[in-house]
Design a protein around this ligand. Structure first.
Ligand code: NAD
Length: 189
């Protein structure tokens, strides 16, 4: 596994592409990213895979729902969008150049936030009763862990919300372990 980000003088692309796709348990190799985009079998990055598992196990319906994803990184936002499409959600991807972010987010039945901006999302961004998934991890002014969502502000508006810590993070690790197991099984065949 490659711990990103790499120092600036090392090519992330060259390093990621040097990993055998069948050992690419992070799902960052273009072969696995392509498999996800085309609906083929392959390794899916742990964080978005963990979000899907979390939604399924919490009984949150995805089919036909409006899903807004804030963030378009290769690690979270883009694969998250592919996975939500595969679950038949109607998907919007917002990013740093999106205009009227608040208005866009307010459409969401399921709002997934991976912007890397501390407490970006307040209750004004959330449709009452929406499911809010917070991928961000930061330290607040008191050195406490917090997310991209202002949990205390949003909790009363949301129908369901993931905490930070103890929400998406442990799911990421669980899905990574699952990928490791799958990789080992594939290599034994
Ligand atoms: P990134 O910096 O690569 O991407 C952030 C994305 O958010 C970009 O596409 C950018 O366009 C968008 N963005 C930035 N500011 C915005 C704004 N003001 N409005 C709308 N969009 C904005 O980050 P990443 O690797 O995708 O990670 C996002 C966050 O999730 C970080 O806080 C990271 O630490 C966290 N993270 C958590 C886990 C986990 O397991 N919980 C895993 C990966 C990343």
């Amino acid at each position: 596994m490659v711990q990103l980000p790499l120092p600036a003088h090392i090519s992330e692309k060259a390093v990621l592409e040097s990993i055998l796709p069948c050992k690419d348990v992070d799902g960052f190799h273009p072969i696995n990213a392509g498999a996800l985009a085309t609906g083929e079998k392959g390794f899916v990055p742990g964080t978005p895979a963990g979000v899907i598992e979390l939604l399924k196990r919490s009984g949150i319906e995805m089919e036909g729902k409006e899903c807004v994803i804030v963030g378009r990184s290769n690690i979270v936002g883009k694969p998250m969008a592919q996975l939500m499409l595969a679950e038949n959600a109607t998907v919007t991807v917002a990013h740093s150049k999106t205009q009227n972010l608040q208005e866009v987010c307010k459409r969401a039945d399921i709002l997934i936030v991976a912007a890397g901006k501390k407490k970006l999302i307040t209750k004004e961004f959330v449709k009452p009763g929406a499911t809010v998934i917070d991928v961000g991890i930061h330290r607040d002014e008191n050195n406490k862990l917090c997310g991209d969502v202002d949990f205390d502000d949003v909790v009363s508006a949301a129908g369901a919300i993931t905490p930070v810590p103890g929400g998406v993070g442990p799911m990421t690790i669980a899905m990574l372990m699952l990928n490791c197991l799958e990789s080992k099984k594939m290599l034994q065949k």
